[in-house]
Design a protein around this ligand. Structure first.
Ligand code: GCV
Length: 678
């Protein structure tokens, strides 16, 4: 891991960079000098530390912490007023007067709420809110707000694009845990309250994380997290009873196997009393699972749930289950159908402390996918959304791709599962079907790089994820603006330029990569760079069925794989019908002639040519805009972003040329404008 001089590095401090000019009234400065505190607690102590740290930067002086005062002050504590409705993690912040002195009260529903309130207060100051009139009541939309790490104990990160793991190195847990503390702090500042530290693909070494050999070190990480209100979770290997328990079976209905899991859970809780639970990838991409024993996913998950129930833990069972050996020549097979086919029949069969975690799209984190039909189809099962902050298919943190608009689209989608206004966000927060657990998880994009995310602007995704899942009503623009102000300061033209670039970036990436929702035109395995026929599991021909006449996957009920039939009828009708199918997803759902006319009046082939040229031009525009920021922002951030933009410039041209050439040669259709296609 890199040595980092934390105090002086804006790259490292991210949005918690307090070295910025802020104008505060004398009244507020007076309030900031004193913190009144009458309660004790691990997280409250963190809240006080964090508030004091920010105040020291703001007024050049550490505040005095006292139990009772007649002076102006900030009051930190739990809310007692029953008229304000707070849920766990929620808080209120209000300026008022007491004994003719000005005070600001930061009140939490619980300790987490106090910490969330403190970070929100700091954010309000640094984003230029009027603190003289501060009056906030804020509750989280989702109770569980998680990050999933795909970190291996070797130190590598599966789909990691920002350096090595901050948790593991050379098959050990890192000794110096200061970076883990800084990470917990960053995550707590956007109200993340659960972190899975290891990869869902659990290898031999990580299987041992639940044993006495490694639990003492795991406990140390959990202790760090706890002080920031974060629970630690582990990914587990379904075959653990065999790998580390000495059994010849991992059959979930075997009494001895069940007992082994119970004892294992009990042992974990003896180290980590607030352990969150297990994340499981089973029977997918060669991971072990209940299928080996003729059991289904509910039987597998319920066995683990039984082991954790007594201690309040949950099992998060992933629905990313598909047969990667499907033969694409058989046009009724469709990977997109797999999660639904596996899990819909089991709705209602999972124990109360099992949550199914479903990727936002039915395939795999492409730049454009429809929502997974499991959102809406499962009506009696706890369900978490799974997003990917890591940019596996979206430029791998070399290309800029602000993902908040994509996540918002997914959460806002109306499934019609319970009539109109059955938005996905109501399903994952548990309110639509009154399920016990609601939440969102996302695959982390951080590693040991100085700026955590490799590309400094990819920090906006990490920040934005936390903010969006706390409050799904925030717009992508608001979130981007907050992040820019917190990271770069309050200069208006700087803010506007960076916000504009961020907001356009997803569509720009989409333009020079995969048109109209077709997806998967990346190089196999590592998933970077163009390869129109590159789908690794399709040795029999292209995933997108492009031939000389037509392109796209026919997923209609009438003539295709039938996938569309997995949605509620209102949604299915819209997708099935060419006239109403959203055009950005046209080729995900339909196979059409290259001469098919889009609403713009362009043919599909011309759309492909045009968007690929436009995408590249837009990257050049980004670079020109970024150049205007020289000497206006931190020079290290400026340089590093410019370095990444140069890569994006070069690689977007490769995308344009490979894709356009492929289709030109395949179809023989000229570009209307006779541009050079290589
Ligand atoms: C962790 C995709 C990725 C894999 C990942 C898998 C998953 O297939 O390419 O690296 O494995 O998704 O989500 O389990």
């Amino acid at each position: 891991m890199e040595y980092i001089n934390k105090e002086s590095s804006s790259l490292y401090n991210c949005w918690l960079n307090y070295d910025k000019e802020v104008t505060l009234s004398d009244e507020i400065k007076e309030i900031l000098k004193t913190i009144q505190l009458n309660e004790e607690g691990i997280i409250i102590n963190t809240a006080v530390k964090e508030l004091s740290r920010a105040i020291k930067k703001l007024i050049g002086k550490t505040p005095e912490i006292i139990k009772d005062t007649m002076l102006s002050h900030i009051y930190l504590g739990k809310l007692k007023d029953k008229t304000i409705k707070l849920v766990p993690g929620g808080f209120s912040i209000k300026k008022s007067t007491l004994n003719q002195k000005n005070i600001i009260e930061i009140l939490g529903k619980d300790e987490n709420g106090i910490l969330n309130g403190v970070f929100s207060f700091i954010r309000a100051i640094y984003t230029g809110s009027n603190i003289n009139e501060i009056n906030i009541v804020d509750n989280p939309r989702n109770m569980v707000r998680m990050i999933n790490h795909w970190d291996n104990m070797s130190g590598d990160i599966e789909r990691g694009y920002a350096g090595e793991s901050i948790f593991f190195k050379d098959n050990h847990i890192v000794e110096n845990k200061s970076r883990i503390r800084d990470y917990a702090r960053l995550m707590a500042s956007v109200a993340i309250n659960g972190i899975v530290i290891n990869n869902v693909n659990v290898h031999k070494q990580e299987t041992k994380l639940i044993t006495d050999e490694l639990l003492p070190e795991v406990k140390k990480i959990a202790d760090i997290f706890r002080a920031y209100g974060i629970k630690l979770y582990l990914s587990v290997n379904f075959a653990s009873p065999m790998e580390i328990g000495g059994f010849l079976t991992a059959d979930p209905l075997d009494f001895n196997v069940r007992t082994w899991w119970k004892k294992t859970a009990e042992n974990i809780y003896s180290y980590i009393p607030d352990f969150g639970g297990f994340l499981v990838k089973a029977d997918s991409e060669s991971r072990p699972g209940p299928f080996t024993y003729g059991r289904n996913h509910a039987e597998g998950a319920n066995m683990l749930a039984e082991a954790l129930r007594l201690f309040g833990g949950i099992v998060i069972w992933r629905c990313f289950v598909y047969n990667c050996k499907l033969d694409w020549r058989d046009r009724s097979t469709d990977r997109a159908k797999a999660a639904f086919d596996n899990f819909k029949p089991l709705d209602g069969k999972f124990d109360e402390n099992v949550v199914l975690q479903v990727k936002n799209g039915p395939v795999d984190f492409q730049i454009r996918e429809p929502i997974s039909p499991l959102f809406g189809a499962l009506k009696q099962t706890n369900e978490f959304m799974e997003f990917q902050i890591a940019q596996e298919y979206t430029g791998q943190q070399k290309h800029l791709c602000y993902l908040v608009p994509m996540w918002k689209e997914a959460l806002d989608f109306d499934t019609f599962a319970n009539g109109k206004d059955s938005n996905v966000s109501k399903i994952v927060d548990g309110s639509l079907f009154k399920t016990k657990y609601g939440g969102v998880a996302a695959v982390s994009n951080i590693g040991g790089s100085e700026c955590w995310t490799g590309h400094p602007l990819a920090q906006a995704n990490l920040y934005g994820y936390g903010r969006l899942i706390w409050n799904t009503f925030l717009s992508s623009d608001e979130i981007a603006r907050e992040w820019v102000k917190l990271t770069f300061g309050a200069e208006k033209d700087v803010e506007q330029i960076i916000v504009d670039i961020l907001l356009e970036s997803r569509e720009v990436y989409e333009k020079y990569t995969c048109p109209l929702g077709v997806g998967w035109m990346v190089n196999p395995n590592h998933h970077y760079g163009p390869s129109v026929e590159g789908y690794e599991y399709s040795p029999w021909g292209t995933y997108n069925y492009a031939d000389y006449k037509s392109i796209g996957v026919d997923r209609t009920v009438a003539t295709g794989t039938g996938y569309i039939g997995e949605y509620e009828p209102t949604v299915a009708d819209k997708f099935e019908n060419l006239a109403t199918c959203p055009e950005e997803l046209l080729l995900f759902f339909h196979n059409v002639l290259y001469s098919y006319k889009l609403k713009t009046g362009k043919t599909v082939i011309q759309h492909i040519y045009d968007t690929h040229f436009e995408g590249v031009e837009k990257v050049d525009e980004f670079i020109n805009k970024w150049e205007t920021l020289q000497n206006k922002i931190d020079s290290k951030i400026f340089d590093l972003v410019m370095e990444k933009f140069q890569i994006q410039k070069k690689d977007s041209r490769e995308w344009r040329d490979v894709v356009n050439t492929y289709f030109y040669r395949k179809t023989g259709i000229d570009d209307l404008y006779k541009r050079k296609i290589y």
